[in-house]
Design a protein around this ligand. Structure first.
Ligand SMILES: Cc1cc2nc3c(=O)[nH]c(=O)nc-3n(C[C@H](O)[C@H](O)[C@H](O)COP(=O)(O)OP(=O)(O)OC[C@H]3O[C@@H](n4cnc5c(N)ncnc54)[C@H](O)[C@@H]3O)c2cc1C
Length: 478
């Protein structure tokens, strides 16, 4: 294929939440980005998705959270694990300790607008159909035969990723064993009648939750595992509701209808050469706990600054490989917890007994807190080697003398928090900001944050700091 000079540094296949977030993260570092999206229009369904604490923190870090809050509804950060209702554990370690429910199309629009504002190009109606990589870059072929050249290609093209398939990366895991119908629609019976039936039916994969204005979110087991080529219809919902509840509640006027399975699969590799995978293209799992989109957005923030450094020619050796090393285990953990949640939702007597036991155990604050932190992704600790517990974790938003800590991270640069007032960022000042005497709240002398907000170093020794600056940010300037 063509090996003419690259017009773009990075081509992203897919303008879903992962692709749009990645484009914006790359633009923070002036990377020339083109996003190719196969659909001509943005998504039409109005599925409400939940943004969990870590994603809200990332949006706050990039100065985006207020835009999202204006379009969403805040709910308590609780009741996620297998939908077992429990209260929010007190004193959750975040300034953004809630769930933000927001329609997925709105979320996608806001992320895309942000990427475009920062200078990303988005071309709709362009499906990636092929590519070939060589030592200098990647030639990307569109379905219409057009060829484009870039230095890197990232497949953010969802569960059925063309990029993943063409790359030949294995996607092992378990096929779907059960399928569930989920949708939003109006019911034709009084709310009391709905509530009485919901209380009576003991099927865990069944609910009708009022959204206001007579609209309900409805979940009901599908009849069997289908080939999923055809989207579900309102009649499918009626039939399954009658099978489970003895009535179809007079459902009508659907807003959106979907079917999801409990397949769990994880890409064997996240990168081969100049081609990478992120979001659903790299991992799929049931939507229990509402984690998939969050996971993809967090992949994007982990990858963005590393790929930008690689493009800029200043990435330390193997920095780009830390993307898979850090994010694949996180996805593996999500696959595990969603699989566990699906088991707990089985109507079989064994899983039901385990569910009752777990429901009791979750009355212990530590158990409830552990599960909430897992689902909301604030418990992640990347393996940066030996060190204090905070090393490798994300730092919560705290007050600093210039305002809020996350306000300092909007440009996607590293940040040195220095209480010693004698540390310096030296030859890395073009990539890492320095905040002297940041706050009394911080009980360590010095702390280095990566652009994704994870703690990369703690200490007070300049030589040690320099070694860590080089590890994460490459050679010093000059
Ligand atoms: C019923 C249900 C409820 C859910 N609820 C939640 C929730 O509450 N919270 C949560 O975190 N997650 C939830 N999810 C999961 C979430 O929707 C996905 O994880 C998320 O959309 C993945 O984002 P993505 O950008 O990686 O992939 P996608 O959203 O699938 O986006 C991929 C994009 O790539 C495009 N594309 C595909 N092929 C090509 C190609 N060849 N060339 C160019 N473009 C291409 C597609 O058109 C699409 O726009 C739910 C899922 C379901 C089914």
């Amino acid at each position: 294929m063509d090996s003419s000079p690259s017009v773009f540094d990075v081509i992203i296949a897919g303008c879903g939440p992962t692709g749009a977030m990645l484009a914006a993260e790359l633009r923070l570092h002036d990377v020339r980005v083109l996003v190719l999206e196969k659909e001509t229009e943005s998504v039409s369904f109005v599925r409400i998705v939940g943004l969990h604490i870590r994603s809200l923190e990332l949006l706050a870090m990039r100065g985006l959270l207020d835009r999202f809050l204006a379009h969403g509804r805040q709910r308590p950060a609780a009741g996620f694990f297998a939908a077992i209702p429990k209260p929010v554990p007190p004193g959750l370690d975040s300034a953004y300790a809630y769930l933000l429910g927001i329609p997925q199309p709105v979320l996608e629009r806001l992320l895309e607008e942000h990427a475009v504002e920062l200078g990303a190009q988005v071309r709709r109606g362009c499906a990636v159909a092929g590519f070939a990589q060589d030592d200098e870059g990647v030639t990307v072929e569109l379905a219409n035969g057009e060829r484009l050249r870039s230095r890197y290609l990232v497949g953010c093209d969802g569960a059925r990723s063309t990029v993943r398939k063409l790359l030949g990366v294995g996607f092992p895991g378990e096929a779907a064993r059960t399928e569930t119908l989920m949708g939003e629609m109006e019911v034709g019976v009084p709310p009391e009648e709905v509530a009485a039936k919901v209380t009576e039916i003991r099927e865990t994969r069944f609910w009708l939750r009022p959204f206001g204005n007579g609209i309900y979110s409805i979940l009901v087991p599908a009849a069997g595992v289908s080939d999923r080529a055809e989207p579900p219809t309102l009649d499918d919902f009626r039939q399954q509701l009658r099978a489970v509840a003895g009535t179809d509640f007079g459902v009508h006027s659907p807003r959106w209808l979907s079917r999801f399975g409990d397949a769990t699969r994880l890409a064997e590799r996240y990168r081969i050469g100049r081609v990478l995978l992120a979001g659903d293209a790299a991992h799929i799992h049931p939507p229990t706990g509402g984690q998939g989109l969050n996971l993809g957005v967090q992949d994007a923030v982990n990858l963005g600054w590393k790929l930008a450094a690689q493009v800029g020619g200043r990435a330390p050796d193997a920095l780009l490989d830390t993307y898979q090393a850090e994010r694949r285990p996180v996805a593996e953990d999500v696959l595990g917890n969603t699989r566990a949640q699906m088991e707990l939702s089985s109507p079989e007597p064994g899983p039901q007994a385990v569910r009752r036991l777990l429901t009791d155990l979750m009355d212990f604050d530590e158990v409830n807190r552990y599960l909430i932190k897992k689902i909301t992704a604030i418990d992640i600790r990347y393996d940066f080697g030996e060190g204090p517990d905070l090393l490798g974790r994300r730092l919560r938003d705290i007050d600093v003398k210039t305002g809020r800590l996350y306000g300092q991270l909007q440009r996607g640069r590293g940040l040195l928090l220095d209480r010693t007032e004698r540390l310096t960022t030296g030859g890395w000042a073009d990539r890492v900001d320095h905040l002297a005497d940041p706050t009394a709240d911080l009980d360590v002398p010095g702390l280095l944050l990566r652009p994704d907000g994870h703690v990369a170093w703690i200490g007070d020794d300049q030589q040690d700091l320099d070694a860590h600056l080089a590890r994460w940010f490459g050679e010093p300037a000059g």
